[in-house]
Design a protein around this ligand. Sequence first.
Ligand code: SF4
Length: 385
Amino acid sequence: MKKIRYTNQDTSKLSSVNTVLGIITRTSQPFYKRSKYILITNTPSLDCMGYKACIGLGTSNNPLLPIFINIEESELNSLVDGDIIRLGKNSLRTVWSLTTNDNALMLTESCNCKCVMCPQPYREHDPQQSKECHEILDLLKGQSVGSICITGGEPSLLKKDFLNILKRCTQEHPESDISILTNGKTFSDIGYAKQTAQVSNRKTIFCVSLHSDVDNIHDATAGGKNSHSATENGIYNLAQFGLNVEIRHVITKYNYKRLGDFAEYLYSYFPFCRHYAFMGMELYGYAAKNEEEIYISPYEYREELRHAITKLYHRGLPVSIYNIPFCLCHKDIHDFARQSISQWKNTFLETCTICEEKPNCAGFFATSKSLPVEYIQPLTEKRSK
Ligand code: SF4
């Protein structure tokens, strides 16, 4: 989410505590509550005492006051009361926004796959990341939260800590929709799948990436031998304990020719899933690096996608298209295309302004290295619903 750089000030207090996480407020809070909040004020004074930090146009070196961060006025105005922000050494970032449903807890950047189109390249696990997720949950306690996404890397690799975080989500926010983005391999251990089921609830869904009906194609995409069978077993184990599963299929040059076969395979072997999503690619991270080898424009596979979607639909399975604009899909399947890209990284082209379907269109990833501009065609009529 949005990152804002600081202007001039001494952040030595920040470097000593590494990072500070708090809830934005412009309203004075009772003293006993202040330790959760970061106050926005332009006048550093004793009224700032007790807050985690202050942000504003002024500066302060008063050792009695919390750290005072100075940012541009326009950036200051963009901060929203109630959002959770992280103050780093040189910049601040919103880590939980009240105004979107796109919030996520990123537990780790470590993974047991190395998918060729992964937008989130592998990094060694940093325990600070899962610690920060616990801190965010501390700050969200007692608040109404529409949805929580648990992601990585592969979040379930943290084993016990993954279970702890999932348990906190289901217990502290029993009415929230909780989605877990996973490659499913860890759940091939039936004991672990059982433990996961014990801390899940009816609002929890496991969104499992499955790259092909053919093991070699899946394994080549996931970057690991036997990944296909581990993921298949993981899905079966999750389902065996009554957990909700969504299958996610990112379309690449490796698998687009078999979209119809993949639909048949889903119907034959995984007809119990809650939802099936066929997804366009974000050209970022490994995907951008491997663009030549794996990227294909949705326009070029529109016929294969139409075939797969209609096949699942006619068999009564709930299916959607994520991350693909209407004008790159065959018109027969426009009703399955969803606005699925997180608000903070969603963009449109200039030409989209005249499109009748822009309000409902997925548009593009602003983070993608390049966009399939040559195929974009504004729609002149609204779809009939
Ligand atoms: S022209 Fe733009 S808004 Fe319209 S369908 Fe295409 S990508 Fe979407």
